[in-house]
Design a protein around this ligand. Sequence first.
Ligand SMILES: [Zn+2]
Length: 205
Amino acid sequence: MLCPHCHYYQNRVLETRSNASENAVRRRHACRKCGKAFTSIQRIEVYQEGAWQPVPLAAVPDPQPVAPPAPRPRLKRPDNPAPDRLHPITGAEHWLADIERDGLPPALLEGMLAWWNESRWGKHRTQATWTQLAFTLSAGRVAFLCKQGQHDIARALVEAGIEHGWQALKPEYLRGISAAPPAAASAGDEAAAAIRDMLKRADAA
Ligand SMILES: [Zn+2]
């Protein structure tokens, strides 16, 4: 049943009146969108003498108008709703020791914190996923590069993440820079040029 005022399809029933002997029901509704009230009538028709014949409704009282419901207060979305969200990271978090134990050099951890706090937090705010898992996944990728002896690539990845505001640090993102530098990186961009050189050397090795 559509609201006669705004044609919205959802409403709630405020009141129902029925009269069994008349086989009819009147309902008072309130539209869930515009809040205005309207009445509906449900009645029985009988098939008689080749046609549907309505049963009279005279005995069914019309419900008294009821004030439309007060609109629900809009819930304000908290800035940081999930308890496991973290921002910015101070560097004193106890679980950062695990990341260093997993192979991330302290100097690169500094860069990771800068990436998270300055680029990720500064650029993306609520659009980013601010969980410990999001941080440790990227840190794990950087640590993996270090374990493979690719410290230069690891450092380039962290620096490019800061420069380009990447939400995650993934080595394949560097390939994108290598193949086609983003417009933000001008031809004279030393960092982008250094990354391209490093990747060329890595490919040749
Ligand atoms: Zn309506």
